[in-house]
Each structure stands twice: as C-alpha cells, then as structure tokens.
Design a protein around this ligand. Structure first.
Ligand SMILES: C[S@@+](CC[C@H](N)C(=O)[O-])C[C@H]1O[C@@H](n2cnc3c(N)ncnc32)[C@H](O)[C@@H]1O
Length: 290
C-alpha cells in the first residue's frame, strides 16, 4: 500500500528539518505544489489519499536535493519576479527581491518618458529585468538584453519564449557589457539598467550562494566595484540626452557609485532603498538638452 500524502509530508518535513532548512513546512508546501500542481488548500484536502509512485519519486527527489543544500528556487526550477514566473537553474543567478525594486525604477523611468522608449539590461541572467520591462511597458518599449554567458542567455531565451507576443520587443545579445550592443544604439538608449556582479572577491558569501550560484554573476574582481565602474563610465556614450541609468549596488557602495556617476558627467545621482530600507540602487540622469 502506498503511503498517504500525510505520511509523505511528515517524511519530507523530518528530512528538511534534519538538514537544517529553516522553514521546512513552507518549503515542503512549495515542493508539493510543484509535484502536484495543487495549492495549499487542495494539498490539505488530499492528505489522506495515497501518493502515486510517480508523485512520491518526484517529491523525494526534490526533498533530497533541498536537504543537500541546493537552493529551493533551483529545486523547483522556477521563481517569481514582479509579474513573471521565470525558469531558473544553476546557469543563472536566482532573481532577488531587491532587483524587483531596481526593475521598478527602470519601469518608472520608461513610463515617465511619455512616449515609446529604448531600454538596455546589461548582464540579464535569467532575463528578470529585461523581460519585466517588456511585460510591463509593452508595446511601448524596445529592450536589448545582454550577457557574457551563453548559458545564461539560453535561460533568458527560454523565459522570453514564455512572454508570448510581448517577446517581439526583446533582443538578446551575447558579449562583454557594451560590446554586445549594436553600434547604432549609441546615444539612443533612454533607460540603461543593470544588476552587475558587485561582491568583492574576499567578501564572504552565504554557503548556499557560494556553492550553487554562478560566481561570475556575483564577483567582478578584487574590489567588487569593477563592473559598476566600467558601466557607469561607459553609459553616457550610449544614453540619449535625457537618458537614465539604473544600477543595483551593494549596500555600502552608494558613495562610490555617486562619485563615479559625477565623474562620468551625470547631472544627478541618487541612491534608492530596497523594501528592507537598504540603499541598493543608483539612479543617475543625463543633463537635459539645452
Ligand atoms: C548579478 S547577475 C544579474 C542577473 C539578472 N540581471 C538578475 O538581476 O537576476 C550579473 C549577470 O552579469 C553577467 N555578467 C558578468 N560579467 C559580465 C560581462 N563582462 N559582460 C556581460 N555580462 C556579464 C553574469 O553572467 C550575470 O548573468
């Protein structure tokens, strides 16, 4: 006789708790949802029904991966970001809540144009920011999304396919920062947004992050400022006269980011906070045309 969902739940909770997973109950609900397609209320309704062999194997595999330390988002294979449900795996950084705020600042800047605009997302990873711009500003936006990682772009491409007809406004390009972009975009970009790697090489990362997420997505070099400095320095050549640069930063990097923006000739450089109140985004504006 197959075990019941109640027994399956108990076994999963025991395994996750023994592995030190902090919110084992909630994570198991997500794992059940992934395996069955059922929301929390429907999961309760089937607790005394037998688990099919197929479902049991699927849940056991996901629980074992999670108990071995793999991030829940990779185990589930997808994660929510603003209005989107994105495929994620080890080829890309897991989209973070602070990046939802960064994407929102870019959406606001596009909206404020009051006309169709051109946006660039440098280092797009899963496509989280670029696809949010397309989803939320379609059809009034043309989005260029770049990454130096062909693996990451394969994930972004899969996510783009899930965007339906809104996908038509997005272009994916492989290459090193601005080198990935076509030359005729110079001076035409209304909103340049990026969540670059910004962790210093010697800074400690949470074990789960260091062991599972791509290091190139996190660490640009010894100081952590290398990619931010490059992007801020090059951005004015690509932005339109009224263009806006939005950059996600580490919470201690605000003063450096503002200094770099002033040195690059931006007229204003303000730091915005994430939902937890931490200073996590630079918004820099070109001078208005005379
Ligand atoms: C912090 S992740 C951000 C991913 C995604 N935008 C997000 O917010 O979830 C940084 C991304 O920059 C890419 N990257 C790193 N170095 C790069 C470079 N030199 N040129 C272009 N992209 C780069 C990484 O592959 C990674 O996808």
């Amino acid at each position: 006789m197959n075990r019941s969902w109640r027994q399956q739940r108990q076994a999963g909770q025991d395994e996750l708790r023994a592995a030190g997973v902090a919110d084992a109950d909630q994570e198991l609900r997500w794992i059940f949802e992934q395996a069955t397609g059922l929301g929390p209320a429907d999961q309760i309704a089937i607790l005394d029904q037998p688990v099919t062999a197929h479902h049991g194997r699927h849940v056991d595999r996901m629980v074992s991966r999670r108990a071995a330390g793999e991030p829940l988002q990779y185990v589930l294979g997808h994660w929510g970001f603003r209005t989107l449900d994105l495929l994620v795996d080890r080829r890309v950084l897991i989209p973070r809540p602070e990046t939802e705020v960064v994407a929102g600042l870019a959406v606001d800047a596009l909206t404020a144009l009051g006309r169709p605009g051109v946006a660039v997302d440098l280092g797009t990873g899963s496509g989280a920011i670029a696809l949010s711009l397309a989803a939320e500003r379609w059809p009034d936006v043309e989005v260029w999304a770049t990454d130096s990682s062909a693996d990451a772009l394969a994930v972004a491409r899969a996510n783009l396919a899930g965007l339906g007809r809104r996908a038509a406004v997005v272009r994916l390009c492989e290459g090193d920062w601005f080198a990935a972009l076509p030359d005729d975009l110079r001076g035409r970009v209304d909103v340049l947004v990026t969540n670059p790697p910004y962790v210093a090489a010697a800074d400690p990362l949470p074990v789960e992050v260091a062991a599972w997420e791509p290091r190139d997505a996190l660490v640009p070099g010894p100081t952590g400022l290398e990619a931010i400095e490059h992007i801020i320095g090059q951005a004015p050549a690509w932005l339109s006269d009224h263009g806006v640069l939005v950059v996600e930063i580490g919470e201690t990097q605000g003063p450096d980011a503002q200094r770099l923006a002033c040195a690059a000739g931006f007229a204003s450089a303000t730091i915005h906070r994430d939902l937890a109140g931490r200073p996590r985004a630079l918004v820099a504006r070109r001078p208005l045309p005379a």
